[in-house]
Design a protein around this ligand. Structure first.
Ligand SMILES: CC(C)(COP(=O)(O)OP(=O)(O)OC[C@H]1O[C@@H](n2cnc3c(N)ncnc32)[C@H](O)[C@@H]1OP(=O)(O)O)[C@@H](O)C(=O)NCCC(=O)NCCS
Length: 234
C-alpha cells in the first residue's frame, strides 16, 4: 500500500491565518518554525506537519492531541505507538509531499533548476556521473534531477539521510523506465517509482515493498485549509 499526498502552496498565509494553525502542532515544531528567518520556509514546515497530522487523523482515527512523533538517530520521524504505519515528507518550492505506507518509504520532491553538473562528481557514483554525462541539453537536466530525487528517496527510506555515502550506491535507470539500485556493500531490497505532479518538479519514491495500486492525491491549498477548518478540534 502506498498513498502519496501532494499539496501545492500557492499563497503565503497572512499572520492571522498562520497563527491560527500553530496550535495544531507540537511545541518543538513551533519553536523550530519561530527560528526560521524566511516566512516561506516556516510555512512549508507548518503545512507539511499539518498535512501529515490531518492524514493520520483521517486514516487512523487519531485525535490530533494523541499524535506524537519520535525520530531515529539521523532525524527520520516516525509515529509513536504505531509500528506498521510508515510515512515520509518532502518539500521544495511550492510543493509539500507526503507518502504513507505499510512498509518503509522515502520520498523526495525537487524543483528543477539550472545546475552546475560538477556537483554530480561529488554526490553521484561513477556510473551515475557517466550516465549523466552522456545526456544532452534538457535531457541532462532532467536526468540530474531524476537521479538526485531517486538517491534522496533511497537515503530517506533507509532513514540515514546524508550519513550514508551517496557514492556507495548507484541508481540505474533502464530504457524501459525500470529503476534499479546497485549498492557496493549492502543488499537492499527496495523498489523505486517516479510520479508527475508538475512538469517543473521531479518526484521520486523508494519503497520497501512492491508498488501496486498506489494512489496519488493532489490537494489545493484552499481545499486543505478548508478541510482543517472543518476538522476544528481534530
Ligand atoms: C535531511 C535529508 C534527509 C533530506 O533533506 P532535504 O532533501 O533537504 O529535505 P526534504 O524536504 O526532502 O525532506 C525533509 C523531511 O524529511 C524528513 N527527514 C528528516 N531527516 C530524515 C532522515 N534521516 N530520513 C528520512 N527522512 C528524514 C523530515 O520529515 C523532514 O521534514 P521537516 O524538515 O519538515 O522536518 C537529507 O537527505 C539531506 O540533508 N539532504 C540534503 C540534500 C542533498 O545534498 N542531497 C544529495 C542528493 S544526491
Amino acid at each position: 500500500m502506498l498513498e502519496i499526498y501532494a499539496l501545492q502552496q500557492n499563497e503565503i498565509l497572512n499572520d492571522e491565518k498562520f497563527n491560527s494553525l500553530l496550535p495544531y502542532i507540537s511545541t518543538q515544531k513551533k519553536a523550530r518554525i519561530n527560528r526560521y528567518i524566511q516566512r516561506s520556509a516556516a510555512q512549508q514546515t507548518l503545512i507539511s506537519d499539518l498535512l501529515l497530522r490531518s492524514i493520520i487523523h483521517d486514516k487512523l482515527s487519531m485525535k490530533n492531541s494523541d499524535i506524537h512523533f519520535g525520530q531515529n538517530e539521523f532525524g527520520k520521524p516516525y509515529l509513536l505507538g504505531k509500528d506498521n504505519f510508515y510515512f515520509n515528507l518532502s518539500h521544495s518550492g511550492d510543493w509539500v509531499v507526503c507518502a504513507i505506507s505499510d512498509s518503509v518509504v522515502g520520498i523526495d520532491v525537487e524543483k528543477i533548476k539550472p545546475t552546475d553538473y560538477n556537483i554530480s562528481k561529488r554526490f553521484f557514483s561513477q556510473d551515475e556521473h557517466e550516465y549523466l554525462t552522456c545526456q544532452k541539453g534538457k535531457q541532462r537536466l532532467d536526468t540530474f534531477y531524476d537521479l538526485w530525487t531517486l538517491k534522496e528517496s533511497f537515503i530517506k527510506a533507509v532513514g540515514k539521510g546524508l550519513h550514508m555515502s551517496l557514492r556507495d550506491f548507484s541508481i540505474i535507470i533502464y530504457y524501459d523506465g525500470f529503476i534499479f539500485l546497485k549498492h557496493q556493500i549492502e543488499n537492499y531490497l527496495f523498489n523505486f517509482k517516479q510520479f508527475t505532479i508538475d512538469i517543473r518538479y521531479k518526484l521520486s519514491v523508494c519503497l520497501g515493498s512492491e508498488f501496486k495500486g498506489e494512489e496519488l492525491s493532489v490537494i489545493s491549498m484552499t481545499d486543505f485549509l478548508n478541510s482543517i477548518e472543518e476538522k476544528k478540534g481534530m
